[in-house]
Each structure stands twice: as C-alpha cells, then as structure tokens.
Design a protein around this ligand. Structure first.
Ligand code: SF4
Length: 284
C-alpha cells in the first residue's frame, strides 16, 4: 500500500472545482515556480515549519535536535511554534478522514480535490485514493500537468474533473522560471483537451513573467488550437514570500513582486476565449 505526506486538508473550499469541496494537498513538487506561495509543499521529504513570531530564543528546540531543528524539536518548544509540515497518510486513512463530510459535499454539488505540491508526482497514492472515492463523490485533480504520458493517462481515467495550470508556453521561459521542461505539460494538456473529461485552465498572472503580451498571446493561441473556449486568470499573491522563512528558506523571485500584474482579457476575447479574473489585485 502506498503512503504520502499531506501538508494540508482544507474543508469547504469554493475555488478548487465545482461546488463546495475538501481539498487535499500532497507534499512534493518537481517544479520550482519562482512565485510559489506554498513552499512547504515543494519538498517531498518532511520538514520543520517554524512560526516567525513569539520565539523566546531559549534554544530548547536546537538542543533537542542535536544542533538543528528536527522532529524531536517539535515537542520541546514551550511556545508551540514548531510543527512538521507533512503528515503521512495511507489512502485508507485519508478516506476515513474525508468520509464524514462526503454527504454534505455531495449535497452541495461538490466533492474532493487533490492538489499540492503536485499530486501527479505521486501517481500510485493518487490513483488509489481516486479509486477508493469512485462512486462516492466527485473527484478533481489540480495539477501543473508535469508527469509522464503514461502516468497522466492513469490519473485521467480516474478523475471527473481537472484544474490545469498553464504558465509559459515558451520552453526557455518555462525552464527559467519553473526549473522544468514544459513539453510534458503541453503534451498532457493536449491529451486532456481531447479526452472529453471536463476541466478548467488556470494561468497565474506574474508581473513581467506570465502577464506579458507575448506570453498571454501564446497561451491564447495554444488554448484556441486545443479547442478551449474559457480560461481563469489568477493574479499573483503578493504575500507569497511570507511563508518561506517559516521553512528556513529565503524568497528572492526574479521579478518585481510589488508590481500589479496585467490580465489583458481583451487579448483572450479577441481569440474567442472567455477570460475570467479570479481573486486578487490586477490591471486589465
Ligand atoms: S524552543 Fe520554541 S521558543 Fe525556544 S528557541 Fe525554539 S522555537 Fe524559540
């Protein structure tokens, strides 16, 4: 039986697919998007999260960890500032956790969404969860689409809905800002758009990176070529950097994090695509 680290389970979410949903965040992602607002979801291994306020500098945590922060540090903090970022779950244990809310979610036209991190990076665990939920609720997967064609088809055959992130159609720009090749992402998107499985495409609007006229025009062309007629645009979260210190990392994005992103909805409209801007600040 497979096991995965889950770094968050959010109940009653309304932005992660149809209706009201429980969203399960799997820890670990093969991408390193410079604007990521979930740094605790990036690494596959478990790690300490330390609250940035209230530390008495007593040193108990470092002493317990033998000179560094580790699992043994968590229980000794008098101010309870430390926790492990991920909790291990088997698919069965996760289902027990989700089961209680399924009748309410189903009544509200919702279901369960698997997000991350990147859920497709742990396909065995994800497929087992999707199989266990089959016939019990609506199953959605929120993904960057970065995985092999074979793994993507395995998950596609078990999901009722996808939320698919499209960032940068240009290969060099994608590699520069996410650290990964976009060929698998574009290939899997084509598979999804031809599959008949319903999905939403989402583009994050990052100032000077994804919100440029060149990039959004390329995205609109790609969507149009694949028969997509709507897109959701997600303005950059200007508080993205705040969480990095809590996992012992510095945030230094290669773009102006204080600039408001452009949405350029007319550009999509001209391509016959309905563009909706989601929450957040932006300039059209
Ligand atoms: S044990 Fe808690 S209060 Fe003491 S140094 Fe560590 S984080 Fe700060």
């Amino acid at each position: 039986m497979s096991e995965a680290l889950i770094f968050s389970i959010e109940e009653f979410s309304v932005h992660d697919g149809p209706g009201i949903r429980t969203t399960v965040f799997l820890k670990g992602c093969p991408l390193r998007c410079e604007w990521c607002h979930n740094p605790e979801g990036q690494r596959f291994e478990n790690e300490i999260v330390k609250s940035q306020t209230g530390c008495a500098n007593c040193g108990a945590c470092v002493t317990a960890g033998g000179g560094r922060l580790d699992e043994k540090s968590v229980d000794v903090c008098p101010n309870r500032l430390l926790r492990m970022s991920g909790e291990p779950y088997t698919p069965e244990r996760l289902l027990q956790r989700l089961y209680r809310l399924l009748p309410i979610l189903n009544e509200a036209g919702g279901g369960v969404t698997f997000s991350g991190g990147e859920p497709l990076a742990q396909p065995d665990f994800l497929c087992e969860c999707l199989d266990l939920l089959k016939g019990k609720t609506h199953r959605a997967v929120q993904t960057s689409g970065y995985c092999s064609a074979e793994e993507f088809r395995r998950v596609l055959g078990r999901s009722d809905f996808f939320l698919y992130d499209l960032k940068l159609p240009d290969p060099a720009a994608h590699r520069r800002y996410t650290g990964a090749d976009n060929a698998p992402i574009l290939r899997n998107f084509r598979t999804l758009s031809g599959s008949g499985t319903p999905f939403i495409t989402r583009i994050p609007l990052i100032p000077g990176v994804t919100d440029t006229e060149e990039n959004l025009a390329a995205a609109a062309r790609f969507l149009r070529e694949n028969g997509v007629r709507s897109v959701e645009l997600l303005p950059y979260n200007r508080f993205a950097g705040a969480k990095y210190a809590s996992v012992g990392r510095r945030y230094h994005p290669g773009f102006d994090e204080n600039a408001l992103p452009r949405a350029r909805t007319a550009l999509f409209k001209n391509a016959g695509i309905d563009a909706k801007v989601l929450w957040g600040e932006h300039i059209d």
